[in-house]
Ligand binder design. Sequence first.
Ligand code: GLN
Length: 248
Amino acid sequence: MCRHLAYLGPEQSVGDLLVRGENSLLHQSFAPRDMRGGGTINADGFGVGWWGVEGFSRYRSDQPLWSDSALRETLPGIRSGAVVAAVRSATVGMPVQRTACAPFSDEVWAFSHNGVVGGWPESLGELAADMPVTDLLQLEAPTDSAALWALLRGALAEQDPEKAMISLVRAVHAVAPDSRLNLLLGNGRELWATTWYHSLSVLVDDERAIVTSEPYDDNPAWQSIPDRHFVSARPGHLTVTPLEIGSS
Ligand code: GLN
């Protein structure tokens, strides 16, 4: 399954963040350590979004992270204190294309999904039926993750991130209980994430908050998040709470 990484803290090179540590996101793209049966490598593209003085910007590619020239020629020169990035392993049956790569975003939010919606697309039919038709027409890619983003974005218009994300996990779990729903959301100032089957670790101190599928180095300050939990993090602040959703 895909791997994701989000950073909040002192401004730094976006490219450096992707190659930092012996188990960097780059390393996780070809030799991830904890895929839990969800694929082998993450070679079906990648994306990275960052907040700066001009607001949110993003680069996505359908190439493996290791072979895209932006990794060495473009991203190292970009600096940001708020980044969301992901490397993708396309679920069987879903297309390999740039617009299927996280982070999905609008002007405010950046979103990544690590996992799969069981029985997609049929299983999501009922939830999708409640969405505005124009949102469905504008889906970026015919994938479960793009559909989850559209559902979440709709909810974020009315609810805070915690409520919107937990409601989404609950609703998807109800119609597709065999789903894997590791969600990651950022707005440049705070990060929110869920664990639902896949690994997640966080490192939070007074200066920075990092949320990632796998720690990128052996710093003992990394905390592994238990399965079925909700995380909210920013520099100097971390809450981890169980997701109260029935198991089946
Ligand atoms: N199911 C999603 C996709 O194919 C996410 C895949 C993953 O987490 N490996 O894009």
